[in-house]
Design a binder for this molecule. Sequence first.
Ligand code: NAD
Ligand code: AKB
Length: 326
Amino acid sequence: MGTTMQRILVTGALGQIGTDLTAALRKKYGADNVVASDVRPAPENHFTIDGPFVQLDVTSSDAIERILRNHQIDSVFHLAALLSAVGEKNPQACWDVNMGGVMHMLNLGVKLELNRLIIPSSIAVWGPDAPKDNTPQETCLQPTSMYGVTKVCGELVCDYYVNKFGLDVRGLRYPGIISYETLPGGGTTDYAVAIYYDAVDKGSYNCFVKEDTRLPMMYMPDTISGTIQLAEAPFENLKHHSNFNMGSMSFTAGELAAEIRKHMPDFTVRYEPDYRQKIADSWPASIDDVCAREEWGWEPKWDLAAMTKDMLEKLQARKDAGTLYR
Ligand code: NAD
Ligand code: AKB
């Protein structure tokens, strides 16, 4: 097991988290040491021009191995995945990308003796039978979405590789992530991002979950700092590995709209639940992250009020510049 991260690969780097995480890793480890990759080509003038970018489909073990070797990678942030709403429309593709990608990374991690793999999980690991409030680290994992199934299997197989091969694998159960750089890629919590864009763009929003739907959420700056903090934590301090609960805030869609209304009193929302309501209803309302706090010092900084002010300011500035949707 290696100790340091020097040459990093980010998969799924054009996605919602990958965009912000790649920028933060480049700032910290040097742009040339962080190779961004995605199955899609990088759009022109995207952030990836600041450092190396390669097109990579994580369902191909050979393609991943080539890139790991060519760029002398020692650590991987493996973000490539299909999220819950997309996964429910195409369960087979969700399995192939999510489980295929994880298994290839783990096997190559052992073969090439990589120092560290960071592989995110999600609140989607839980299903309707789990406790809804302050969901504990250890509890029944019986998801009802295909995405959730892949996240439970992913966690289990990551821990298996830690125990069987001594591979250093780490992962977080992210809640819904809210950010302004890149739109989310097809999850159930996407409404909590779209609502800000539509507030700024149109002054109204059609919400695809009910007003009283309460889910755990987190602002991107906390996501990025927490992810890097876990990645850099001493291995010997970790009792858990691939499944840290990561909490921050929890609010209903109605409370989110009310917070936006404090800045935009005329903002209106219509609630028109669709197939994603069932997925949202199967997830917790809030989670207990005591293990993350104790084992690697997790401490979120942003709350709903501060996040809303920041999101609206950032998106309004982009709208004024004519680049709201970039
Ligand atoms: P995203 O959908 O925004 O980005 C995923 C990226 O993966 C996309 O750019 C997509 O092009 C790429 N991709 C898809 N198939 C691929 C393939 N075969 N090969 C390579 N790349 C491929 O997702 P995200 O929100 O950035 O999520 C990153 C990770 O965090 C995922 O594991 C996700 O499950 C997890 N997560 C995200 C959230 C959230 O709210 N954003 C919450 C919980 C967990
Ligand atoms: C989704 O909604 O699918 C993701 C997640 C919580 O994993 N945002």
